[in-house]
Design a protein around this ligand. Sequence first.
Ligand code: PAZ
Length: 360
Amino acid sequence: APSIPRPNHSRASSLERIPTYAPAAASAIDRTVPEPVAAEVLEEQTYFETNIEPSYLPEVRAKLRKFIRFHTERPDPRRIVLVTSGGTTVPLENNTVRFIDNFSAGTRGATSAEEFVDNGYAVVFLHRQFSLLPYSRHYSHTTNCFLDFLAVDSSSGQVVIDSAYQQEMKVVYQQYRKAMDENLILFVPFTTVNQYLFTLKLVSHELEVGAGALALFYLAAAVSDFFVPRSKISEHKIQSGSGGNSLVLDLDPVPKFLKRLVENWAPRAMIVSFKLETDETLLVGKARGALERYSHQLVIGNLLQTRKHTVLFVTKNDAKEYSITEQQEKEGVVIESVIVPKVIDAHSEWITGIQQHQQQ
Ligand code: PAZ
C-alpha cells in the first residue's frame, strides 16, 4: 500500500495519542488495595484512595497549566470552559475485554465546544476518546464518512472535495484552522469512568487556581452511575462457565462528585450540569432535585428521545424550555446554538456577582 503523508499542522493541544482505551501497563490486579468500607457510604475521598489514578495525569496537568496560563495571562484574559463529552465505560476486567458502555456519541459536547469557541471562550474538551470532536464531527463516523464528501476531478484525475460541499467545508475548515492556530481547544481524552473522575478532579483544581470565576463547567458527558471497584475487578477475561452459566454483576454506585466540585474543587466557577431522562414525567423533578442536592447554578434537562431539539433550563427559581423547530433542524440549525449563548449570559452574570462579592 502507498505510504500516506500526514499533515504536520494538526491539533496543537492534543493529548489524543494517550491510549486511554488500553488497560493500564501494570495491569495486574492489586489485592492490597483496601476494600471500601461500604458501598452506600463510599465517599468521594474513599474513591480516590481506593482506585488508582491514570499514569498519564502528570502530562495532562502540564498541558493544562500551560493552556490556562496562555489564556489567562493576557491583557484581556479569556474565559475558559470545561466541556465534558461522551460516555464513560465501566471495565469488567482489568485486562479489559468486556465493559459496560452507554449511548452517548458526544454530539452535545462537540457541537457546544464549537459554539463556545465562536463566542470567544477557550475550551478544555474532556471527551471520550474516539467520540465526536468539534469540527471533524461534520465529516466523521459512519453518518458523515469523509469519503462521501470527495470526488475525482475529471480533468486532473486528482481526488478533490465534491463541488456540492466546497462552500460548507470551507467554512468549517476555516473555523477549525482558527481554533487550532489560536490554541483555543485543549483535547483531553478519557475512556473509563475512573479516568474521567480523576481527570475531572485534576481539571477542576487547575481551573480554580488558574482561572477562578472565569472558568465555566459544562458537564455534558454521560457518566456511569455504577462501577466495579478496583478491589473487586477480575484480573483476566471472565471465563464462560465460571459461576454457572450466567454472569452476575455486582456494581457499586459511583460517588456523587458534583457536591464536592461545587463546594471544594472549584467554588468560584459557574457549574452547569446536564440531566438525561427517558420518562418525561420525571425530568423536571430530577433536574430540580439535582440543583437542590448540589447547589450549583444550572441544570439542563433533556430527554433521550428529543434531546437534539428540546432542552429544559432549570434554575433555583425557574424552569424554561427551549427548542428549535423541525424546519430549523432540517436547515442545519443546532440546539446548541440556543443553549450556549444563554449559558454564556448566565456566566457573565455569575462573574459580575463574584466580582461584586470580592469588592465588598
Ligand atoms: O452525546 P449525545 O449528544 O449523544 O447526548 C448528550 C447527552 C444526552 C448525554 C447530554 O445532553 C446529557 O444529558 N448528559 C448528562 C447525562 C446524565 O448523566 O444524566
